[in-house]
Design a binder for this molecule. Structure first.
Ligand code: SF4
Length: 400
């Protein structure tokens, strides 16, 4: 495959419109680069980028300390009142209890005196136990769990290397998080869409876990590697989500669904709540186990090396990272989009979808999303729903 550059360059005439530096607020810290599951839809191990193979499995003490220091420096320089640190992987719980405690201590001691630290962990939860929960309690770490629905839906993809499903382990972990003493740590569920799974059964299974929030993710795909079954059905992802949204509206929106709330917020003139909707300025960066700074993880689906910045925590400040051409390009607003998206009636809500999903090897990211037809249908559906809500006086900038 011909490899396009990491991003198209910004024409000189437009460069003055793009701030060279701005503050970054979200930091995805890869404390472990391997996983105990072998999910077949994983964008880290199964897609184009293979950089995980060259990285140390675990983030060392030095890298953790330097990362925390860099974020603290950035928070102080930009007088940030809040920063968001997400402990991520691979599977972050593979670091074990003792090391995770040291990591949490490092971030708390470096950052708590500068700003409010929103510390989170995103996990497959198969190793989540009461000891981890006690530790999360002690350090105020909120927990997001990846689960794709009932056991049939979940175990279709989220399996161990020997083929065993992981759903029963995840249910046990969520059961822990639902206990009154840990409940406030439970941040929500993250479900990757598979149109092969029954949408209502999937949604019901997620609701039964009583989460404070649900998020649905489109599986990462590009024009070079399109999503499964897209050629056979016109809008399978929109149809799947609309079936759930119909049920969600009919039952009075019983739980926040980030994707849906984000579209309603944008339609009401409010902010986007997720990177995959609206015309958003990227304010996050990834720190890998070896201390290298990378752009959004989703770019791993585009081509090998796509998220790379060439910078690391030991030699570069976060202001330098924010000035990287790849991140600057993501602050260009509408001019970041291809001409088709710019003239699309749904662009305010859709925003061209997730940046990585626009990739095609011939011309990089200057395309509509590979999910364009789905996004057009989904955003139009939400526009109709929003009109109805407004007519009944129920619409506000927070969503339904
Ligand atoms: S619906 Fe398609 S054309 Fe419209 S903004 Fe989204 S990706 Fe672009």
């Amino acid at each position: 495959m011909t490899q396009a550059g990491p991003s198209r360059s910004i024409p000189a005439s437009e460069q003055s419109d793009v701030p060279a530096t701005t503050s970054l607020r979200q930091f995805v810290v890869k404390v472990h680069s391997r996983c105990d599951l072998a999910c077949d839809h994983c964008y880290i191990y199964q897609h184009a980028d293979r950089s995980w193979r060259d990285r140390p499995p675990v983030m060392s003490r030095d890298v953790v300390a330097q990362t925390a220091g860099r974020i603290a420096e950035h928070a102080a320089d930009h007088r940030l009142d809040t920063v968001h640190v997400i402990l991520h992987g691979g599977e972050p719980l593979l670091v074990g209890h003792a090391r995770l405690r040291r990591i949490a201590e490092e971030f708390r001691s470096a950052l708590d005196r500068h700003c409010r630290l929103d510390l989170r962990i995103q996990t497959n939860a198969v190793r989540l136990d009461a000891r981890f929960c006690d530790l999360f309690q002690e350090y105020g770490i909120k927990v997001g769990v990846s689960v794709d629905g009932d056991s049939a839906a979940h175990d279709r993809h989220r399996r161990f290397a020997d083929g065993r499903g992981s759903h029963d382990r995840v249910l046990r972990a969520v059961g822990l998080l639902r206990q009154p003493r840990y409940r406030r740590l439970f941040a929500g569920l993250l479900c990757t869409i598979d149109p092969e799974n029954d949408p209502l059964r999937t949604y019901t299974a997620l609701l039964e876990l009583d989460p404070p929030k649900i998020d649905f993710l489109f599986p990462h795909a590009t024009w070079d590697a399109p999503p499964p079954r897209l050629s056979q059905r016109r809008t399978p992802y929109a149809d799947w989500l609309i079936t759930i949204a119909d049920q969600w509206f009919t039952t009075g929106c019983p739980v926040p669904v980030r994707l849906f709330d984000s579209m309603l917020s944008l339609l009401a003139g409010g902010p986007s709540l997720v990177e995959s909707t609206g015309v958003v300025s990227v304010d996050h960066v990834v720190i890998e186990t070896d201390g290298t700074f990378e752009q959004a993880d989703s770019l791993k689906t585009a081509y090998h090396g796509a998220p790379s910045t060439g910078m690391n925590v030991f030699s570069h400040s976060l202001d330098e990272v924010a000035a990287h051409p790849g991140l600057r390009e993501r602050r260009r607003g509408l001019t970041d989009l291809c001409s088709t998206c710019r003239s699309c009636p749904m662009v305010k809500v859709c925003g061209g979808g997730l940046y990585a999903h626009r990739f095609r090897s011939e011309n990089g990211f200057d395309n509509t999303s590979v999910y364009c037809l789905d996004l057009l249908k989904l955003t139009s559906y939400f526009q109709d729903r929003f009109r109805l809500l407004r007519q009944s006086g129920q619409a506000d900038t927070e969503g339904a």
